[in-house]
Design a protein around this ligand. Sequence first.
Ligand SMILES: Nc1nc2c(ncn2[C@@H]2O[C@H](COP(=O)(O)OP(=O)(O)OP(=O)(O)O)[C@@H](O)[C@H]2O)c(=O)[nH]1
Ligand SMILES: [Mg+2]
Length: 598
Amino acid sequence: MQKIKNIAIIAHVDHGKTTLVDRMLVLGKLFRENENPGDLILDNNDLERERGITILSKNVSVQYKDYKINIIDTPGHADFGGEVERVLNMADGVLLLVDAFEGTMPQTRFVLQKALILGLKPIVVINKVDKPNCRPEEVQEQVFDLMFNLDANEDQLNFPTIYGSAKQGWMSNDWKTPSKDITPLMDCILEHIPNPKTYEGTPQMLITSLDYSPYVGRIAIGKLLRGTIKQGMPISLVKRDRSIQRSRIKELLTYEGLNKKKTDLVEAGDICALVGIEGFQIGDTVADYENPEGLDPIAIDEPTMSMLFTINDSPFFGREGKFVTSRHLKERLDRELEKNLALRVEKTDSADAFTVYGRGVLHLSVLIETMRREGYELQVGQPKVIIKDIDGEKCEPIEYLTVDLPEDYSGKAIEIVQQRKGEMMNMERKNDRILLEFLIPSRGIIGLKNIMMTATAGEAVIAHRFKEFAAYKGDFDKRQVGSLIAIETGQAIAYALDKLQDRGRFFVAPMEEIYEGQVVGENTKSGDLGLNITKTKKLTNIRASGTDEKVRLAPPIRFSLEEALEYIQEDEYVEVTPKAIRLRKILLKEHDRKRAKN
Ligand SMILES: Nc1nc2c(ncn2[C@@H]2O[C@H](COP(=O)(O)OP(=O)(O)OP(=O)(O)O)[C@@H](O)[C@H]2O)c(=O)[nH]1
Ligand SMILES: [Mg+2]
């Protein structure tokens, strides 16, 4: 029988999970170091590369000594917390990474708590000890306190700690004496992570994750808990509601290095991928054909936010995209539902619009960004948090929020968060910075980053994490300033923009094509203001030519997709095409907007 260890790597966003997994692959000689300097081999889709974050959890394996180590790299961003929680079901232990400078953060707490509840024993890895001013010992104690507060059991509290730098490629028992590679960590895994708990009997595999291939469709992933499974074998799928569906394993795969490899047989304890299981859902059990026994299903992430997706009906519709009709949009969303677990799509009264539910602005913006790269045009409405009625009370999602910033800015930051119904829970000094902790409605987090960055000269580090649905905290004004709106379609003219600079900040540059009803800037004052920025200078013979050179325009503000989504008001859309992100009023004509108001 093969010797196996199954581990998941968990941490707050950017604490170095993927960098460490890459190191393990190097150690296993699965790829050469510096083949793609700067690029993480595991963050392999375009968006992951560009944003430098992991979006989808991934399975890989390395051979170390006589063990096959299945490694699950997880995403650290809060929007993907549900994914982490789910894939932990495949692990028998976790590596909890903590940045030696930042220390424990909201997502550290969340993922650790989930691991502890599942009874998994952690190995704590204090990473990034190469950073100047890092404080590895203090952080180690902080992790202990956190575990204690999360009711870890005796065994879990007895966790081993390894220090090192994933970036520099070493791990050691002592941070002051660097080693030459990560073998101390690998040996620690063999010593402390338990072998998979397996049982004898008929096969049982809980489908925990899924993969998608355009050739074979959906692929079911999970750890085989009991028995053996074979290629070609008929099986029963035990659904969440305990109903049974017969199916057959067309192809059986396990993880080898970065790839999936076909195999004839899998024994209990290994993580595998099954092709050919029809109509499965996450949480279903693959079980014996004759005597199926289901395992307890796992929870699927509930959405916390929605946005309206609609076809592009701006005057520039169809200019830049290939897929622009409501049929295109519907088909694309249906396809996404096959693999994007936390996504829900609902029809609306209009055939051209859908309500799309997800886990947060990042989760949905990743989908929108992918679609635009594929050639889609669409418009997206303001993100809305999900309001629930719980026992007759109006409830909304509440989140933990931490803001880490230099002391000088703390007053300003607290004011901003309180204005958005945030409540301060704790304030902690560390070195020359301050860590503020709040509870805040998810509504208050939308657009917060933008404002906080401006108010703190880019110094604030913000993190948040869903806590619970709780009583609605009351209304507040999100954006105090209004929009500058184009009242003519045409080309933006430098002369006009220059004359109007005192009205606010512009989002468009001279020569850009704009349309009536487009949001072209931010009003310095509250309320919306219509402007004509297509006006050219009247040519008179009094003024000498050449005065145009005096036009000195502030560069336009350019929003990323996420920033744009977080910025818009309720009566505005973000228009997304392969070439542009524009903001617009839903009603393009000023008189229509006036009428709608009354
Ligand atoms: N100084 C230093 N930087 C590191 C170290 N490990 C990782 N980094 C850097 O930290 C950043 C984030 O690393 P990732 O490996 O992508 O972090 P992650 O935890 O996988 O991030 P998510 O998957 O998005 O949660 C990258 O810029 C890495 O180069 C380290 O040991 N020292
Ligand atoms: Mg990562």
